[in-house]
Design a binder for this molecule. Structure first.
Ligand code: PLP
Length: 360
């Protein structure tokens, strides 16, 4: 044993988060990064003005209680302010949830494959992740997830639409699931992509939250609202949970610019809705073109599509990279491609056609 300071051994087991890489330049081609589910639109002028004027006050600490943002969210969601807890992105809020709920070795059940931050956040808190495989059609297996709950389970994560497969759980499925889950287990519904969904069978998470004190809804300003670079997300939960989530937040974590940009984005909801509708239409166009080519992809309710390529995953990603298109490969499971600029979608459609012709 050395007597040098040693980080906790659990860090050795931490799965690495592979951030979407910047696109590699290819001579003569515009590079596109469609690997991180970012919003391709630049900030709205009104939001940018708010951020610029907030920047003139950045010698001051932000409001530690996120008062104005929670007030705006309270109006937007029609829930009391004390049901809301903010954090530096919903990944950080998820960290607050696990820290608030789990002692070492407590269990957190989640679907797999799902958001790759889940096992990282859970492991960091010294809790134990219990991954439950998706069904053959790339959806949450809620009945297997209910069966995976033990006396040590404190939290279940339901990601809908699921990252990276784009599938949703239905309202009926989630209601049946909630009837089976013990009331002492917190069910987190991660709705990072909810704004892109149009499926009428998708859950009304806010209604489920009102009916079930053990439900917590997680949302973000990073995707539909286009504020990924500012880091702000929130949870909505009944007061005993929401209080705990505010206690486990980094003090003054959500910065001044992020708080004001989020409020300003809620005020610009109509303008942002137009952009979201355009992205949804673009997703539908991509899905239709790929279906036409013979691809059978799971129907996406998010701002990305999922190619379940299995062992061909690295190869498809490499071909995209050669065409200056950065997609997101996941081991030997599949490739996720974000709906971004129409030019990027056109290139994806072309690559997919060539690939399909060579592989069928
Ligand atoms: C992108 C994403 C988030 C949000 O991340 P932020 O930390 O808010 O940027 C949360 N959950 C899922 C499933 C995501 O894909």
């Amino acid at each position: 044993m050395s007597d040098a300071p040693e980080p906790r051994p659990l860090l050795d087991d931490l799965p690495a988060y592979k951030p979407g890489l910047p696109p590699a330049p290819v001579p003569g081609m515009t590079a596109y990064k469609i690997s991180s589910n970012e919003n391709p639109y630049p900030p709205l002028p009104s939001v940018l003005d708010t951020v610029r004027s907030a920047a003139e006050r950045m010698n001051r600490y932000p409001d530690a209680s996120n008062g104005a943002l929670r007030q705006a969210l309270s109006r937007f969601l029609d829930v009391p302010e004390d049901w809301i807890a903010c954090g530096t992105g919903s990944v950080a809020v998820l960290g607050q949830i696990i820290t608030a709920m789990c002692d070492p070795d407590d269990e957190v059940v989640f679907a797999w494959r799902s958001f790759e931050a889940y096992p990282i956040v859970v492991t960091l808190a010294a809790a134990k992740g219990v991954p439950v495989p998706l069904t053959a059609d790339h959806r949450h297996d809620l009945s297997a997830m209910a069966a995976a709950i033990t006396p040590r389970t404190k939290v279940v994560l339901v990601c809908t639409p699921n990252n990276p497969t784009g599938t949703v759980v239905t309202d009926a499925e989630l209601r049946m699931f909630l009837d089976r889950v013990p009331r002492r287990v917190l069910v987190v519904i991660d709705e990072a992509y909810v704004e892109f969904g149009a499926d009428p069978t998708a859950p009304d998470a806010m209604e489920l939250l009102r009916e079930h004190p053990n439900v917590c809804v997680l949302r973000t300003f990073s995707k539909a609202y286009g504020l990924a670079g500012l880091r702000v997300g929130y949870a909505v939960a009944h007061p005993p949970i929401a209080v705990a989530l505010r206690m486990t937040a980094t003090p003054f974590g959500v910065n001044l610019l992020a708080q004001e940009a989020a409020v300003s984005s809620l005020e610009a909801g109509d303008e942002l809705d137009v952009r979201v509708k355009d992205l949804v239409a673009e997703r539908d166009r991509v899905e239709a073109a790929l279906a036409e080519q013979g691809w059978r992809l799971p129907p996406s309710q998010a701002n990305f599509v999922w190619f379940p390529l299995g062992a061909d995953t690295p190869d498809f990603a490499r071909v995209c990279e050669e065409q200056a298109l950065t997609v997101r490969p996941y081991d030997h499971d599949g490739v996720r491609a974000t709906i971004g600029e129409p030019e990027a979608s056109d290139r994806l459609i072309e690559i997919a056609a060539t690939w399909r012709a060579a592989h069928s």
